[in-house]
Write a protein that binds this ligand. Sequence first.
Ligand code: NAD
Length: 369
Amino acid sequence: MKTGSLLILPGDGIGPEVMDEVCRIIDWFESKRDIQFDKSFDLVGGAAFDQYKTPLSDDTLAKANEVDAILLGAVGGPKYDKLDFSLKPERGLLKLRKELDLYSNLRPAQCFDALSEYSSLKSEIVSGLDIMIVRELSSGSYFGEPRGIKNKENGERYAINTTYYSENEIRRVARSAFEIAAKRTGKVCSMEKANVMEVGVLWREVVQDIRDKEFPQIELTHMYADAGAMQLVRWPKQFDVIVTDNLFGDLLSDCAAMLTGSLGMLPSASLGNKNANGKLKAMYEPVHGSAPDISGKGLANPIACILSFSMALRYTFDCKREADILDKSVEKVLRNGIRTADLLQKKNKKPASTSEVCDEIIRELELAN
Ligand code: NAD
């Protein structure tokens, strides 16, 4: 029997709605497969502020540090817009990432055949696409010092940000990308700007060095990030795993996301170092936010959150077969034409509700079991 501990943080807006459906999927796996989770639930974001006057309590953070994986819904909403910056719901999420030192952000861009016409690119370019962008999450231009908007002596303002990477920061995200690639097709493309940035020169050297010494079975290529952006929209299927820094990863992963259609379809994972149980610290969450415009109406697409749980099965709990049948069940439901409103092009077709989509996924899981 496989076991593991899971902290579930539904959050705000549609977060609890989509997480309710994920809990039904978890219940199904526990009742039908040889797997049990030690589950605990807590508050994060606005919901935590309402209860504890902070978007992430110390107690919740302590629990997050102990579990094998965290599953988070979404945070934020207009009710909290006027709060001080330090109390905003999003600070809870950022604090979790920072305190757990989650430095490797995995964003898959997967285009289910049934949805290929939703992409802004031609169907044959995206159909069957399955790539993974590994973005460094804890350093680089978003954290480097010095930074700020300052005044020159003549009163003119200037702004400065610093792109900083240590060898160790590059090494650990490179290892993460190679480990992920070893579970996929074994191909990694590293992207930087070694032609114009010293950070890029060091990045390229260190990534190559880790590959040569520790992962000789991986096929590694290097590409300048601007050329990589062009190739992503020209012929994205040439890539399997892409590893890149925080800033380029932010841009490239959003670009890759749009190859696949709706925001309601995109899962993500953020990984750190090993915990006491020898598992990587990990938080899984959909890419979308709390979607206040549709919250409470049963319109939210639960698939991004369900696929985030599938990533947890694959990358934390070592349950590849379970992750595969969950992904295939989602694909089958889409192929059968079951869609929430965000995936409907014809306005005269009635959309499926959040829970109806999950009913259908469970029906497919039963058939596949
Ligand atoms: P959003 O992702 O919440 O919504 C953008 C658009 O996509 C909306 O029209 C929404 O209805 C739609 N959408 C999003 N998820 C969907 C789903 N699962 N099914 C169907 N449609 C979906 O982004 P936003 O509107 O810019 O932000 C709303 C709030 O969420 C803000 O407070 C923001 O700070 C927060 N936010 C949180 C996260 C997070 O928790 N990771 C990420 C982004 C934004």
